[in-house]
Design a protein around this ligand. Structure first.
Ligand SMILES: C[S@@+](CC[C@H](N)C(=O)[O-])C[C@H]1O[C@@H](n2cnc3c(N)ncnc32)[C@H](O)[C@@H]1O
Length: 269
């Protein structure tokens, strides 16, 4: 199966009746296998690159005091932690809130444990939702100032649905940020990206000891479109894109895309 075929695998039904593609079911299984070792490989083996990319990303996002932050595909909660740490340092912990959404209960359980004893949870400023980015029915229209999806969008089978949901749940003028591996549009960029993902794959395989699951994760990451293609998807979803539309992070190996929900959407959503 090619990467492209893998990224567009057909829909299947799950036991709870939620429409979910075969790719999504596969990814969910892979993330369950990965959950218990995710932070270890993320912070120790897969190079401090991931941590650097997240901190740098938060500096670029630069959330204002008191904003409502959606951490989509939150995984084990790294970006939500970065968000609150940033608020502490830059904004003297103004009463901002974070909602963590993830499809995978095992990943989200780790996020709950990691954030569980923090003042942010104790103050009732954190919410955890097990849900699908393509259909986040638990969240009302125009709820968030920031929609952040870090290394999660490549897992989504119908990115158009996820982006349409992002548009719906953002307030008018709200911002979307999506971080993914960056191939660039040139040949060497593609080779570099593939080598990086292969390297991470090697590290994951060694950690979780399951090559099938690692291959799934690898294929999924490689199926993400090039920056110009993804920027077009953002525009098609209705986001305004300024300038180049993305910033390079992690020494150019990743890209942080951004877009704004037009203010005039306020009358519609
Ligand atoms: C590579 S992890 C990234 C986690 C976290 N954002 C980080 O940067 O550490 C990808 C996450 O996307 C989640 N995911 C995959 N498909 C999803 C979907 N359709 N809706 C919500 N989360 C999804 C997975 O369960 C997994 O936790």
């Amino acid at each position: 199966m090619t990467f492209e075929e893998y990224s567009s695998a057909g829909d299947v039904c799950t036991s709870d009746g939620e429409p979910i593609s075969s790719k999504q079911a596969d990814m969910n299984e892979a993330y369950s296998a990965l959950a218990s070792v995710y932070d270890k490989y993320n912070s120790e083996s897969s190079i401090p690159l991931a941590a650097i990319a997240k901190r740098r990303g938060m500096e670029i996002i630069a959330p204002a005091p008191g904003v409502a932050f959606l951490d989509m595909a939150a995984g084990t909660g790294d970006m939500a932690m970065c968000f609150f740490e940033y608020q502490d340092i830059a904004n003297h912990d103004a009463p901002s809130t974070a909602t963590l959404v993830d499809l995978n209960a095992d990943m989200l359980d780790i996020a709950k444990r990691r954030l569980g004893n923090t003042k942010w949870v104790k103050d009732g400023r954190v919410e955890f939702i097990e849900g699908n980015a393509e259909h986040i029915s638990d969240i009302q229209n125009s709820t968030f100032d920031i929609y952040c999806c870090y290394l999660g969008m490549h897992n989504m089978v119908h990115r158009d649905r996820a982006l349409s949901e992002a548009m719906r749940v953002l307030k008018p003028g709200g911002k979307i940020y999506v971080a993914e591996f960056n191939t660039g549009t040139w040949r060497i960029g593609k080779v570099v990206r593939r080598l990086l993902v292969q390297f991470v794959l090697y590290l994951i395989t060694g950690t979780i000891g399951d090559r099938t699951m690692s291959l799934r994760l690898n294929r999924s990451a490689l199926s993400f479109p090039s920056p110009p293609e993804f920027l077009q998807e953002l525009k098609t979803a209705g986001f305004q894109v300024e300038g180049q539309g993305y910033r390079s992070i992690a020494y150019g190996l990743a890209a942080l895309f951004s877009g704004t929900k037009p203010v005039e959407c306020g009358s519609v959503l």
